[in-house]
Write a protein that binds this ligand. Structure first.
Ligand SMILES: C[S@@+](CC[C@H](N)C(=O)[O-])C[C@H]1O[C@@H](n2cnc3c(N)ncnc32)[C@H](O)[C@@H]1O
Length: 162
């Protein structure tokens, strides 16, 4: 496989590693220095930058694809819409966006079994799809994943830049 992919909000680099092994040319960004440190350890040959998905210091139409897994759940509506506009700007025409986020209707602080607390923004499927469309994408496929071990349900969307 080939193509230039942005791993947007790469966290510990699990998917960066996967995508590089599949043959893609991957650039990875995250806001957290701790996460970037872990990611660099996991993928020493990776290209990592500290950057927010709401303000991409990247050229227009530079990427063939964007992979954004489990990041929107930490953002508010305004930040999600800004990020989607940025994604649309850096993707070439007909470039592909994959995103996943948690399904629901509330904003909450979730306490995980290990005691960690995180701000989680749950989205209705239609709401996130409408944001994606408004940012200049055509939704090719969207589906719901069954409950994960935390009991949360995930929305997964593949969208093509118009
Ligand atoms: C739940 S982790 C997901 C990591 C990875 N994408 C995955 O699926 O394994 C969420 C990540 O989003 C990052 N993040 C949150 N807000 C961000 C922002 N505005 N810009 C870039 N990264 C952000 C966090 O630092 C964290 O690493």
């Amino acid at each position: 496989m080939s193509g230039k992919i942005l791993d947007a909000g790469c966290g510990p680099g699990i998917y960066t590693d996967f995508l590089i092994k599949k043959g893609f040319n991957v650039t990875s960004i995250d806001l957290s220095e701790g996460m970037l440190k872990e990611a660099k350890k996991r993928v020493p040959n990776g290209r990592f930058y500290k950057m927010s998905i709401t303000n991409l210091k990247l050229k227009a139409k530079e990427f063939d694809g964007i992979f954004c897994s489990a990041v929107f759940l930490h953002l508010d509506d305004k930040e999600v819409c800004t990020s989607l506009k940025e994604f649309s700007r850096i993707l070439r025409k007909e470039g592909l966006l994959f995103l996943s986020t948690k399904k629901g209707k509330k904003e909450t602080v979730k306490v995980y079994p290990d005691g960690t607390k995180k701000f989680i923004h749950f989205y209705p499927k239609k709401k996130i799809e409408d944001f994606v469309k408004k940012a200049g994408f055509f939704v090719e496929e969207s589906y719901i994943n069954l409950k994960d071990p935390d009991g949360d349900i995930w929305i997964c969307i593949f969208a093509r830049k118009r």
